[in-house]
Every structure is written in C-alpha cells, then in structure tokens.
Design a binder for this molecule. Structure first.
Ligand SMILES: Cc1cc2nc3c(=O)[nH]c(=O)nc-3n(C[C@H](O)[C@H](O)[C@H](O)COP(=O)(O)OP(=O)(O)OC[C@H]3O[C@@H](n4cnc5c(N)ncnc54)[C@H](O)[C@@H]3O)c2cc1C
Length: 394
C-alpha cells in the first residue's frame, strides 16, 4: 500500500506487541470450552481497537484507513485468539461502522461511546433461516405503528448475540423489491420482545459467541431506525462492502506469523537423516504460502485505497475477501502438513488455526457466492462493451 510507511509499521508493531502480551492467555483451553474473553475485549477497547474509525467526539480515534489496516495486521500477527478477533470484526464492520455511516447525531451520541469504550458489544442480525447468501430475501418484518415499529422474525448465526448490547437489525418495511422495502434498526438488548437463544457450538472461532435472535412483537421507537425507511438494502450493501474489504486484514497478519513459524520449522527440522529444507515438496509450500498471502494483501490494499478515496470497492472488496479467506484455509492446511504429526496435535495450535480459517469462506459472502457476483459484474461489463461495439458498427 502506497504510503504504508514507518508510522504504519510502528502501529503494526505496537498492535502485535499488545496482542501477544495481553490476548493469548489460555487460548487452547478457552477454545475447547468455548470461553469468551471479556477481559480481552476490554483490553482491546483500552488499546483503542473498537473506536479506530469513530470520530473523537464519540470517543473514537478517527484514524485513517491505512493506519487501521496496519493496526489490524499487527493484531493478527500477535493474537492467537481468532474468536476474539472475529467478535471484534463483527462489532466493527457489522455494527459500529454502520452507525458511523448512517446513524443520526442522536443515535451516535447514544450508542457509539459505549461501543467504543468496551462497555458494550455490537452485533449484526442479518442472516435468517431462509436467507443467508441471498440476504435481501430476508423475511423479518417491521410493521409501522403510530410511534414506531413492531419487529417480528428470526435471525440466525449472529456473532456476539449472547453478549451484545446493540443489534443492527435488517427488516422488511414494505412488500416491494428489496431495494425500497428493507429498513435498518439499532435495537438495544433488553427491549421487550427481543430474545437471544443459548450460544451455539461451532467448529472454529469458538471463543466468539454466536446465537439465534428472535423478535416477537418487539416494539421499537421510530428513533431506532437508521436513515430513511426503505434504505436498509443500501445500508446492508454498504456494510457488506466494509466487511468484505476489511474483515480479513487481521488474517494477513496471522498468515505472516504462521509463515514465519513454518519457515523456522523447515529450516530447523531434520526428518531422519534429511533436513526438510532440502525437500522441494516442502520448501515449495513456503513459496506458495507467501504467494497467497501477498496476492491477498495486494487485493486488500486495493480495496482500502478505493475506500479511502471515497470510491466504490464493490468488486475489489469481493476479490479481497475471496483471496484472503481461501488463502487462510490453504495456508493453515500447509502449515499443519509442514509440521507433520506435531502439526495435527492440538498443542501446536495449528489445527485450531485451520478450524478458525474455514469459517471465513462462508461468512460475509461464501466464496462461491462472491465468485458468482464477480462473474456477473464482468459479464455485465462485457455486455456493455459488446453493446457499444454493436452501436459503432451500426
Ligand atoms: C463464522 C460465521 C460468522 C457469522 N456471523 C454472522 C453475523 O454476525 N450475522 C449474520 O447475520 N450472519 C452471520 N453468519 C451467517 C453467514 O452470513 C451465512 O452463513 C452466509 O451468508 C451463508 O448463508 P447460509 O448459511 O444461509 O447458506 P446458504 O445461503 O444456504 O448457502 C449454502 C452454500 O450454497 C452455496 N451458494 C449459495 N448461494 C449461492 C450462489 N448464489 N452462487 C453460488 N453458490 C451459492 C455456497 O457454497 C453456500 O456456502 C456467520 C456465519 C459464519 C460461518
């Protein structure tokens, strides 16, 4: 990333040192027992992670996006608790940034300080049992009343739900096409009619709590709605663009750390009478890991530069998300293979990294869904070109 100079390197180093010092206690046990680290959450807030993009008047640091990315990479390098990081990502991109972009001054004053200073956790309630990949097909309803709305419906796989204070909720306020019929609400925990199921158990990211959320005759005031009625689909798309662009910035740092571990292992390990460093089948893995990491990093920086310039990163955010999520899985698998039997043991922490990485190919748009969307954009573009050519010929 152009301009990713000494200042950003320092931010990255500081975040890595903070994470290594503060966030890695007992991760293996906590992963086994699905134990969420609230002290870790508060430490992140004290370090300033929850408020990086929030303006100082609401308690944040108002950082430039390049500085944010450098900090997230450092966090990924130092932090072995990927569940905590997943919770932080859901909080930042699915809740805080949505409020940042679309909240009124009153909503920001009410909600952002608590979300920034570590008192509160945010969640994004979008997915439903019948609509995940096709998020705009959601069915949760928000029925208008004299002084607000009544929400009815069910959301699932909501990261942070068991601990969240603020839920960003997408619901249908009309029967027409999604782009004019969805609205977005900020709903506080404890609102009558909002209930949260017991935490779900999952394969990876086990230190990040997740559950279903139910809305049953849940009354919210009009002031809970973000922006205009009917603008929810636009907000959801914006949220997704932020999330796809930045959710795996942490993974870049994580892959960097993992690759260093692997290079050390290959340099050190003698299998029988033969050093691993003389086995091309092994050393080539290191090069492939590096290639995936740097290709993904390049796409991340491209999306970030577009967002910094206030331009659309719709396509680029999807490319970054596809590349980094698939790289995370492939590299975690290679890391395990390079470490042999020890890599398969829980003690090494590498099987946990593989389990943690797999979720990223599903959330924020599954790889197949994003590839489809990229292809559709390309086809739409080439149809446009063909049309222009045809016009020229005629
Ligand atoms: C770790 C994790 C965290 C999550 N956190 C949240 C959260 O905080 N809030 C929230 O609302 N949701 C969250 N989710 C849910 C997530 O957004 C959905 O699981 C995801 O969008 C996929 O939806 P689905 O599970 O309904 O799968 P489906 O939509 O049923 O799709 C199943 C599979 O079919 C394929 N597929 C589907 N549609 C297409 C298509 N158009 N083209 C090609 N292939 C397709 C894909 O391979 C996909 O994986 C999380 C999920 C995970 C795994």
């Amino acid at each position: 990333m152009r301009g990713h100079e000494a200042e950003h390197d320092e931010l990255k180093r500081a975040a890595a040192a903070f994470a290594a010092r503060t966030l890695n206690d007992d991760v293996a046990r906590r992963d086994r027992e699905e134990d969420v680290s609230l002290p870790g959450w508060k430490a992140c807030a004290e370090f300033g992670l929850q408020g990086m993009l929030v303006a100082p008047e609401y308690g944040g640091a108002g950082m430039d996006l390049r500085a944010v990315v450098a900090t997230l990479e450092g966090l990924g390098y130092g932090c072995r608790d990927r569940g905590l990081v997943s919770s932080l990502n859901a909080h930042l991109w699915g809740c805080v940034q949505t409020l940042n972009d679309f909240g009124s001054a009153g909503q920001k004053v009410e909600l952002l300080p608590g979300l920034v200073d570590g008192r509160w956790i945010g969640a994004n309630a979008m997915t439903e049992p019948e609509s995940g990949s096709d998020a705009l097909a959601l069915r949760t309803r928000a029925r208008r009343t004299d002084d607000g709305y009544v929400l009815d419906g069910r959301k699932c796989f909501v990261t942070n739900a068991p601990a969240a204070e603020v839920f960003i909720v997408y619901a249908r306020t009309g029967d027409g096409p999604a782009f004019s019929s969805l609205s977005c609400f900020a709903v506080r925990a404890g609102t009558p009619g909002l209930s949260v199921a017991p935490p779900a158990s999952k394969m990876g990211l086990r230190t990040s709590p997740m559950s279903d959320v139910f809305f049953s005759e849940c009354r919210v005031p009009s002031s809970a709605r973000l922006g205009a009625e009917g603008s929810g689909a636009m907000m959801l798309m914006s949220t997704m663009e932020w999330e796809r662009s930045l959710v795996l910035a942490v993974a870049v740092g994580g892959m960097e750390y993992q690759l260093e571990q692997c290079a050390e292992q290959v340099a050190r390990r003698v299998a029988g009478n033969h050093p691993l460093r003389q086995r091309q089948a092994v050393t080539q893995k290191l090069a492939e890991m590096k290639l995936r990491l740097e290709a993904g990093r390049g796409l991340l920086y491209r999306a970030v530069e577009l967002k910094r310039a206030g331009k659309s990163a719709f396509m680029e955010s999807m490319l970054a998300k596809i590349a980094l999520s698939e790289a995370g899985v492939a590299n975690a698998r290679d890391a395990m293979q390079i470490h042999g039997g020890y890599g398969y043991m829980s003690e090494a922490g590498l099987e946990r990294e593989l389990r943690d990485a797999l979720g990223s190919t599903i959330h924020s748009g599954a790889t197949e869904v994003l590839k489809d969307a990229v292809a559709m954009l390309l086809l739409a573009g080439s149809a446009g070109l063909a049309g222009r050519k045809g016009g020229g010929t005629a």
